[in-house]
Write a protein that binds this ligand. Structure first.
Ligand SMILES: [Zn+2]
Length: 359
């Protein structure tokens, strides 16, 4: 996510903080300073830091559960509206998805239980309402926050945790795209409810509502595409008519090809049909902008591409394209020779054709 920077790395997962998070801290400090001076400001900031520490632990709950199923978990980003753990994918087995989704709120249940033990006899169920007031015991306020985190996350508003758990349960009865659609529509219903409540004076809830609404839509589209992708092989959508460039072709020459063809990326191929990388339109423009028109393809191509064989299921190609920064995947023949590639535009075209054939 842009505008965020690295705070620390915990066993391979990078914890990032979005810059708007610091705006939240300044805002909290300012509001508390106005009401109770510097001590209140400091207390306010300490509370926010501890609250977000609970949010981070919640996200690590998801991260460690996902890793058990071999899912990569590159980073967690802290935003003012909460944390966002990026999982390479969600597990497909309903039980696994249920466990990964439940692992986050489960962490907050554990924290809440520990706080109740810490508070001991000082714990009053009425402490939970103290979140609205400044003052009150810090442990009591944190307890309230953790209980809220559990309750809020368990609302079946896909793609929030409760919604993912809801989809996992639905998936035991329905196929995954249908289960996703039902969960996403339910999620959008909640998003609208949150939006209405948010408009009545809770800007954070309003932000969450907007985010949820569009995230639910995006997840439905992704699942539908993926289910279509399952019916095809990589070769069904690969581009085989294209201009390749040699490693020593200059940026100026590729610029000519950019205009002559409809291609936006050019495979860089050796005389022995070995693929070295791709020159993308963005890289080409950057190179020319830097007045390096005589640079060769070898110098400025992007070489972090994935490749799949033409026989592999289209879904694999689709997954690689979703992960790729260039939004494409190279296709190889059984003998490893480079024979074509698929970009996101091809995926969209295949989807359109599939839809046209089976409306
Ligand atoms: Zn969560």
């Amino acid at each position: 996510m842009s505008w965020s920077f690295k705070l620390l790395t915990v066993s391979g997962t990078v914890l990032r903080v979005h810059f708007t998070f610091f705006l939240l801290m300044i805002w909290i400090a300012a509001v508390n300073w106005n009401q109770g001076g510097p001590v209140a400001a400091l207390n306010g900031v300490i509370l926010v830091v501890l609250v977000f520490a609970c949010v981070v632990l919640h996200e690590f709950g998801h991260v460690f559960a996902a890793r058990r199923y071999g899912i990569k978990t590159p980073d967690i980003t802290l935003l003012p509206i909460g944390g966002l753990a990026r999982l390479e994918r969600m597990p497909e087995r309903p039980l696994h998805e249920l466990i990964v989704a439940a692992a986050g709120p489960a962490v907050n249940v554990v924290i809440a239980a520990l706080l109740i033990i810490l508070l001991g006899t000082r714990f009053q169920p009425s402490d939970i309402s103290l979140i609205e007031t400044i003052g009150g015991s810090l442990a009591g306020q944190l307890l309230a926050v953790n209980i809220m985190l559990v309750v809020f996350n368990l609302i079946p508003a896909f793609p929030m945790d409760g919604g993912r758990m809801f989809r996992a349960v639905l998936s035991t009865r329905l196929d995954r795209p249908t289960a996703t659609r039902v969960a996403a529509r339910t999620g959008q219903f909640f998003a609208v409810v949150f939006g209405i409540v948010g408009l009545m004076g809770n800007p954070f809830l309003l932000l969450i509502a907007v985010f949820l609404f569009f995230a639910a839509e995006a997840e439905t589209n992704f699942e539908t595409r993926r289910s279509i992708a399952r019916r095809y092989r990589a070769r069904d959508a690969m581009i085989t008519h294209f201009d390749a460039v040699a490693p020593d072709t200059t940026a100026d020459d590729i610029a000519k090809a950019l205009l002559l063809t409809t291609q936006q990326e050019f495979p860089v191929v050796t005389g022995t049909e070995k693929l070295l990388g791709f020159v993308t339109r963005r890289r080409l423009i950057e190179t020319i902008q830097a007045e390096k028109g005589d640079a060769t393809a070898m110098d400025f191509m992007e070489s972090d591409f994935a490749s799949v064989s033409e026989d592999s299921p289209f879904e694999r190609a689709f997954t690689e394209i979703s992960k790729s920064r260039m939004r494409l995947v190279a296709i190889t023949a059984a003998d490893g020779r480079f024979i074509g590639y698929i970009n996101s535009e091809n995926v969209a075209e295949l989807m359109m054709l599939d839809h046209a054939r089976s409306p």
